[in-house]
Design a protein around this ligand. Sequence first.
Ligand code: SF4
Length: 739
Amino acid sequence: MAADKKKKVPERWVRSTCPYCGVGCGVEVGVRKGGIVQIRGDRSHPANFGKLCPKPIGLPEALRSPDRLTHPVRAKANGALEQISWEDALGEVARRLAQTVERYGPKGVAFYISGQLLTEDYYAVNKLAKGFLGTNNVDSNSRLCMSSAVAGYVGAFGTDGPPTAYSDIGYAECILLWGSNTAECHPVTFGRIKDRKKDPKVSLVVVDPRRTPTAEIANLHLRIKPGTDLALSNAMLRVLLEDSLIDRRFIERNTNGFEEVARVARTQSVEQAARVCGVPAEEIVRAARLFGEASAAMILWTMGVNQSTVGTLKNRAIINLCLATGNVGKPGAGPFSLTGQPNAMGGRETGGLSHLLPGYRSVENPEHRREVEQLWGVKPGSISKEPGLSATALFKALEEGSVKFLWVAATNPAASFPNLGRARRALENAEFVVVQDAYTTETTRFADLVLPAAQWGEKRGTMTNSERRVSLVEKLVEPVGEARADWKIFAGVGRRLGFEERFAWEDPAEIYDEYKELTRGRPTDVTGLSYERLGRSPVQWPVPDALPRDERPSGRIFRPEPGEEEHPGTPRLYTDGDFNTPDGRARFEPTPHAELHESVSAEYPLVLSTGRIKSQWHTMTRTGRSEKLTQGLEGPFVEVHREAARRARLCNGEEARVISARGSFVAQVITTEEIEEGTVFAPFHWGDLWTKNGSVNDATHDAADPTSGQPELKGAAVRVEPVRKREDQSLNRTAGEVV
Ligand code: SF4
């Protein structure tokens, strides 16, 4: 035992960043004999000051997992698999891409990428697709996670970008968590909120159909019915108006459109809203007063707001409340979307959604296209002016046959996509599918070609967390087998397509330097950053490469050097009330209440809400391969209110089938009174590598918000039935099936 422990004592510790959620915690990684043996929190990192949740602790095991993908593999026509060389693999991808573009045009190819990718990976794939293949069909799984927040910020402030910082939590007098189980999904940020709440003048309000661990510590929990957020926000605004808790001065100086928003809010009484939301009117009044009377108030939110067919409007409603009370651009205040994935922000910055270009530019803006074309050295008109397909539209196009070639990188749509039946048909229908990942997943089964990607710790690059803080992710060990960094794979194909000079990078730092030129003068300006500087400390953008003129040292020519004279980064946006809209004013937007896309009925009387648990991440691709994290984990479960369970004759602990109009899954019933009576909740982690009896997303639907394209993963109409004949629900790991 003592010898065992000794074996694991690290020879050196290296600072890096956790690869899971958007909190973006700094880690120190213990390395020994070319392997990663231990992870601990980095006390100097401003996102977490040394604290960590359990997830990164399992990274050393997951990295060493025996079912890592180690070589490129091709599926032959007879279904057999053959290992091939990188030379052949990259050649085949390039040939198939060129062939598809020639036969069907650039719109025949598409890329489905991930918020797990590093900024450099994101930049490389966007450059390849949008600049050199002429297709904007590059969309990320962040579409399923944060695109409503992007649309909300753009609509209200003129550009994307959360204006707040984690440090604001320390100044807020009211913290409103809306549709966010922060305690389980962003545990380190929740730790900060808990600490702040120790101050008796600070109130915590939680809006959620479930009494989650987050709601347990709240001063007030509004257990609303799913999909009634807009009725609640309008009623809160009405109370703010009636109690004169709005900031008229801020509204008049810095915003447009308030009167129409106020008019819409007045069309519904608080009592009406209370009936719609299923909460007492007094609770709505109390929430509004706690928010409006605070000297500084924040609203933090995640998927409970974003994953909705009116997700953009819900984001606008939250921003409306902040603008109406002057809670923007000052310490302890503001709207703050928490990103699910570790680099969803970096993806947005590099143009990782199908309507974006690097530096928060839009493919529809001719000036933006020209600027990017110039830097990429491509002919004017190379970048298409038409937005590409958003994720759900992309899978529909695959199913219908207008997209022929799909390249999936670092994500697992065959488990995580809504309406999985359609997603699987889409993947089957594609002419050619490339899957690039570090592990066998549910999606690799659909691949014609599997490319082994280097994993966290095996490649270097950067990520941006929820508060716009850019951190360095270090390469600590060599990739397993022949695995390669994602950016290297994209660049390799670019070179084989004949663009040798444009994809000649040898090192990710060269990519970062190229990318940052595209941010010069943009809201996301990171020209003041370099790997050298990020190695010293993470920084929040914008961070231009020179201090503003009035902050420069006087009496000599200013040349920024590493150290004090560097731009310090920007904790908070819009402190001067000047927004990124053409007239500099923030915009209000009316947000009338809208029903869920799918109504409940006698056949499907309950609303299925999906989410996560603390120890697992996404579809368990990495966390499921760590015994530390799977110990004690029993398998899929569904929480059902006791009354709903009684009506459906369900007993606590028994297996039940959750059925929607599209499909079903089996899960163990947990009866509870901590959930709104018409709602059932199930985490979506278990895909069919881990359970035989269907996944949560077999039941969800893929109707999406018309502005953001984000699907409503929290609003499927279902019924729950007991499973009379016990089905084999044991973990069924068929990993290794493809290679
Ligand atoms: Fe990693 Fe998020 Fe946990 Fe921090 S809170 S350790 S970033 S998973």
